[in-house]
Design a protein around this ligand. Structure first.
Ligand code: NAP
Length: 223
């Protein structure tokens, strides 16, 4: 039986690159995002026997519970979950920021990530599995007026607290903290940034450690 990984934000960017790297390393996958068409295309590319599309909005906690149940019904277990779905600011600063955008970031980057953790933990407990959260360089440094950065500070704090909770049953929580990465997160290409495959490789590094090794954080920056 292959190991099974749930990835949120799997339709593009870091999540899709992680899906490709994980299948190459022998994992079976559940693919979560809102764009059903992109998930179907990615699952077809990876092989439907290895990847299950699970289209949903991470803000819908009940849908995430059902998705984990469907994934376990399909592949028999859950060994790891990568809570990676996220979105950024449409306008910088507090004075200049947009309230609807802040709500969307809180619902996705914070609430949606919490709902992923809540849905995955009972299954991860059974396999002494790993939970990985996508933080950011923006969750480690002060950025003028950044609400996006503050959502990522939450993710970094939660990861440390989850590590303590998961340790009780032999699990572990990893924060994946990329610097700027060339993905559809940005409207224009970022040729000097990290590539999504670079971040995916750091996810696989954390996933493939021996059982005795917990990886607290992988922090990647462009050189
Ligand atoms: N790019 C960077 O420089 C950078 C640096 C540090 C951290 N990060 C973080 O890395 C993560 C992935 O971002 P990315 O750079 O790969 O950008 P991306 O290509 O825009 O990917 C974002 C992913 O999240 C999904 N998503 C967004 N809102 C969602 C929702 N409500 N429900 C379900 N899925 C949702 C998107 O799919 P749908 O639109 O199909 O739902 C997409 O698959 C994010 O958490 C981001 O904050 C990015």
């Amino acid at each position: 039986m292959t190991k099974v990984l749930l990835i949120t934000g799997a339709s593009t960017g870091i999540g899709a690159a992680t899906a490709r790297a994980a299948v190459a390393a022998g994992w079976s996958l559940g693919l979560v995002a809102r764009s059903a068409d992109k998930l179907e295309a990615l699952a077809a590319e990876l092989g439907s026997e290895r990847a299950l599309p699970l289209p949903l909005d991470v803000g819908d906690a009940a849908a995430q519970q059902q998705a984990v149940a469907a994934l376990v019904a399909r592949f028999g277990r859950l060994d790891a979950a990568f809570a990676n779905a996220g979105l950024g600011s449409t306008a910088p600063g507090i004075e200049g920021g947009d309230l609807d955008n802040w709500r969307a970031m809180v619902e996705t980057n914070i609430w949606g990530l919490l709902a992923t953790a809540k849905a995955a933990l009972p299954e991860l407990r059974k396999t002494r599995g790993r939970l990985l959260l996508t933080g950011s360089r923006a969750g480690r440094t002060a950025i003028k007026g950044s609400v996006y950065g503050a959502t990522k500070w939450f993710v970094h704090g939660l990861a440390a607290n989850l590590m303590e909770e998961m340790k009780e049953w032999g699990g572990s929580c990893t924060i994946i903290a990329p610097g700027m990465t060339d993905t559809p997160f940005f409207d224009s290409p970022k040729p000097d940034a990290l590539q999504p495959a670079d971040v995916a490789a750091s996810v696989l590094f954390a996933l493939e450690q021996p059982a005795r090794v917990g990886v607290a954080e992988v922090y990647l920056v462009p050189r």
